[in-house]
Design a protein around this ligand. Sequence first.
Ligand SMILES: Nc1ncnc2c1ncn2[C@@H]1O[C@H](COP(=O)(O)OP(=O)(O)O)[C@@H](O)[C@H]1O
Ligand SMILES: [Mg+2]
Length: 495
Amino acid sequence: MGNVIDQTVREQMTWRRSASGTGSVWGEIQSSVLIVDGAPSSALLAAKLEQRGYRVWSAPPSEDLLAAVARGRPHVVVFGEGGDGTSVARAVRDLGEHSPLTLKIRDGRGADRAAAPAEKGVFNRICDLRPIGALCDAIGELIDGIEEEGPGARYGIIGRSPQIREAVSLVYRIAASKARVVLLEGESGTGKDLVARAIHSASARSVKPFMEINCAAIPENLVETELMGHERGAFTDAKAWKLGLFELADGGTVFLDEISGLRLDLQSKLLRLVETRGFKRVGGVEDLRVDARIIAATNRNLEEAVRQERFREDLYYRLKVIPVLLPPLRDLKEDIPLLASHFISGFNAEFGKGVSGVSEDAARFLCRYSWPGNVRELKNVIERAMILGDGDTILPRHLPVEVRSANAAAPTANSCVASFRLTRDGVNLEEFERGLIRQSLELTGGNQVKAAQLLGLGRDALRYRMKKHGLFDMFPRRSAGPGAGASAGRRALEV
Ligand SMILES: Nc1ncnc2c1ncn2[C@@H]1O[C@H](COP(=O)(O)OP(=O)(O)O)[C@@H](O)[C@H]1O
Ligand SMILES: [Mg+2]
């Protein structure tokens, strides 16, 4: 059974864009256009767009259109005049952040021009039918506009570097495949959560739940009931039976974050679930079956855990059938400006600001810095700069000292202090200390004992400084104490 599925996936993964395709492609996926039946000259338009390399199909202008959009995930939907096009287009627009762009064709016959202002708020573009070449250009521009932030932008994955293109291409191919397990590998902050959600959202499973659990953040004794559920009376407090995440996500996706934190006995149960889809609730005898895609994530070297016999080798190889490696930000320097602009736009909207960009000097620092906390750290740095700054440009002095002190050859942890040179810009010693403490926690994945060792401090001294700099919220304790509620690491994505 497993082999059949693997075979399908491999076929999908070797799929290539059709040779005739000249239109924009999403990674290696063709851009697609849905023409609502009844749009003028539909057949001619479809033929012209196909010549340009787009995938084109049509659907009736009814309620079913929303289902067709959800199923086919077109990049652009083209409407004609008349009917209830505007209200359907509004519903398409309101489908959510990944909804397609809409274009309305004006054919000039009996058009009610007075309605145009209302339509402007609904359609991304309103175009004349002729010349048809210009209409095709307008559709192409809409698609290219979506591509501006990279092929994964519709799912929030920003970047146009070859590495991001490759990762996004894999996301789309996995989403369209029958793959039941995926392994996301990458340092903290490289976008593993984001990619897991993208795989779910881009798949036909998106109409079913996305359930998430952080295997390292939940008390060990609760993980099994969280995952598999339990029967009534399974243990002293089990007054009623409870569904586990796998059952809740039937037909959808389960995201197992920090999979290396999963206990060995549960690893065996997970392997069985992956291979046979079968499992038992805690305290249950009945063998249940679920159809959930499992996306596991790890920021540690799982191979190392296998060598140390903390992680089952067979499960490791089963998960590893479809690996997606998310590169660290220091290897994606060319994406930094794009990511920075993306975050600036987001915070402009959130804070009601009008920051237009980053000064040349500040940009140089952003590109030199080694970003141990990856994209998450870049996002935090932009947020902080926008809170601190009051002008319309982010300047070096709005950046944290660790970013500003990055010199051309990125400093290693050991040479960092030695190579730091005070400049006339001055430095805020408190901020410098805060930066070092943050870095130590980032490097050690929030392990306070190891972070303290890196700084030559005792754990209490580190905790004192973490408190002083308000870093506890950013790095909550990793070991799950009795206070860590089971629901803290789990969240259902609304669909
Ligand atoms: N390529 C990317 N484009 C846009 N935002 C990103 C990208 N990669 C990461 N992020 C953002 O950075 C933050 C950390 O990403 P996350 O997926 O939580 O990382 P991880 O799970 O690997 O620690 C999130 O706010 C996420 O939206
Ligand atoms: Mg994460």
